[in-house]
Design a protein around this ligand. Structure first.
Ligand code: AMP
Length: 243
């Protein structure tokens, strides 16, 4: 497959997994081996909510309740984002697609632009997720995520990178987390069958007993050895120390 300009296909890495499976963290780390922006529909929606525009007003209540926003809305955001110049060499999708309709739309968008999709499926135990999400804090300025248990900020409550006061996302409260997991189970997890049936490669990885860096190195190694992305020396060095 080649894109409309005749160049080789570019990778579209779809980070897949339940809320709290580490997609955001992995998306940031994968930036070391995948050439392309981290596209998070959750972050895009939160930034519209902050701006207070129409999209923000339409999504705010749904995010608070842990419910999905309408497909057309996120499909439009992603379509626009894929057309940005920085997406030309590749893209890392986080939190999209989440429904069958979104997956179908995305496959059409990627095919038309010469992207080659690959899914990275992060498998994590649900009870661990509830514990992890309720202990999660985020910097409202740069988006960096912290975990009170496994990755706390150096100064409690303060972002290491820019000194902003960390916040707990409203949708990281336990009742909302359970609602988000239930949405994932009924609407999103079935997409794995769709990907497999349509021939999209799925790289499954379990986070048990490994650091985020080790998981990332393992994923990079898999993507590289299967030819989804080009190799690079830094990734090879990291992958060789993965247990
Ligand atoms: P996230 O940060 O990916 O966990 O997303 C936070 C919230 O944003 C979700 O619980 C949904 O309310 C909304 N959201 C993000 N991505 C999507 C999507 N692809 N489809 C529908 N709703 C989404």
């Amino acid at each position: 497959m080649s894109n409309p300009s005749g160049a080789p296909p570019v990778p579209a890495i779809i980070l897949f997994g339940s809320p709290g499976s580490g997609k955001g963290t992995q998306a940031k780390l994968l930036g070391r081996c995948v050439n392309g922006p981290h596209v998070s529909t959750g972050d895009m929606l939160r930034s519209h909510i902050e701006t207070g525009d129409n999209i923000g007003r339409e999504s705010q209540g749904l995010l608070k309740a842990g419910k999905l926003v309408p497909d057309e809305l996120v499909n439009g955001l992603v379509e626009q984002r894929l057309s940005d110049p920085d997406s030309r060499a590749g893209v890392i999708l986080d939190g999209y697609p989440r429904t069958l309709n979104q997956a179908r739309v995305l496959m059409g968008l990627l095919a038309a632009r010469g992207f080659r999709p690959a899914v990275v499926y992060l498998v994590v135990d649900y009870e661990k997720i509830v514990r992890r999400l309720s202990g999660r804090r985020q910097c409202p300025v740069c988006g960096t995520l912290y975990s009170l248990k496994t990755n706390p900020p150096k100064v409690p409550g303060i972002c290491d990178l820019d000194g902003a006061t960390l916040i707990t996302r409203e949708d990281d409260r336990e009742s909302v987390i359970r609602q988000r997991l239930s949405e994932y189970e009924s609407l999103t997890r079935p997409l794995l069958d769709y990907f497999r049936q349509t021939g999209v490669p799925v790289f499954e990885t379990s986070g048990a007993g490994a650091t985020p860096e080790q998981i990332s190195a393992r994923i990079c190694g898999d993507l590289k050895s299967s030819g989804v992305i080009a190799g690079n020396a830094e990734v090879e060095a990291q992958a060789s120390v993965t247990p």
